[in-house]
Design a protein. Structure first.
Ligand SMILES: Nc1ncnc2c1ncn2[C@@H]1O[C@H](COP(=O)(O)OP(=O)(O)O)[C@@H](O)[C@H]1O
Ligand SMILES: [Mg+2]
Length: 226
């Protein structure tokens, strides 16, 4: 699907990504790592918002480095930001119609009953569901979700995770950066861990917390549940 080869990036001499190689298949991939590990930078590079200093991004064996975010979006590589853009003075349905005539995400995201509601009247959880629904309405081939549950209650986070688990399987690759490990591990097929710009783990969610390097680097050798 998408293959990163030796991606490096520095800011003001500080190496933020150090020769990261990673293949993203048709799967749900969880990306973990402490603050400042380079996760958001990695997403910015994959989605074309930043250019790597070195390395390749191969998509169907074509190198995507240098392409603009809009060109990558056309190829189906969609990135959502921590705060995703919803038009507050439009209804839920109108917001979705800015993306697609296909409103099936209304049902998937349990927003059917709210479709005539102005976005500004939604609860925080509903608003987040709408913004993620808008990303899915673009029918991405690779969706990059950067901390999609920040600021949400555990219940809302679990609800959205459940939705992503259900609907993510139709040929879409999804990469999720998220600190809530329990919720994340429930959904993803595979986990990678970044630490100081280097990939230190690539494997199954069942094994990540037992990994010595992960425990030392990420958890300070203590078991921490996010
Ligand atoms: N545009 C930028 N200019 C300078 N430094 C940056 C920029 N973006 C990120 N950084 C630095 O790069 C490091 C990694 O940041 P980031 O990718 O946001 O980490 P994460 O998302 O894993 O918390 C941090 O030290 C951050 O301060
Ligand atoms: Mg980040």
């Amino acid at each position: 699907m998408l293959r990163l080869v030796d991606i490096s990036k520095s800011f003001d001499g500080l190496k933020v990504l150090d020769s990261v190689s990673l293949e993203i298949k048709k799967e749900k991939l969880g990306i973990l790592g402490p603050n400042g590990a380079g996760k958001t930078t990695l997403f910015n590079i994959i989605s074309g918002f930043l250019k790597p200093d070195k390395g390749k991004i191969l998509f169907n064996e074509k190198n995507l480095v240098g392409k603009k975010p809009s060109e990558l979006a056309k190829l189906g590589i969609i990135r959502t930001f921590q705060i995703m853009k919803v038009f507050e003075n439009m209804t839920v349905e109108e917001n979705l119609l800015t993306i697609s005539d296909d409103l099936s995400v209304l049902r998937d995201f349990d927003l059917e009953a709210k479709k005539k509601e102005l976005a500004r009247n939604l609860s925080q959880g509903e608003l987040r569901r709408l913004s993620i629904a808008m990303a899915f309405a673009k029918k991405p081939r690779l969706l990059l979700l950067d901390e999609p549950f920040s600021g949400l209650s555990k219940r809302e986070a679990e609800k959205i995770m459940g939705i992503i688990k259900e609907i993510g399987g139709n040929g879409t690759s999804i990469a999720i950066v998220e600190h809530r490990m329990r919720e994340l591990f429930n959904v993803v097929d595979r986990v990678v861990v970044l630490n100081s710009g280097k990939l230190i783990f690539d494997g199954s969610p069942e094994n990540v917390l037992e990994d010595k390097a992960v425990r030392e680097a990420y958890f300070g050798n203590k078991y921490v549940e996010g």
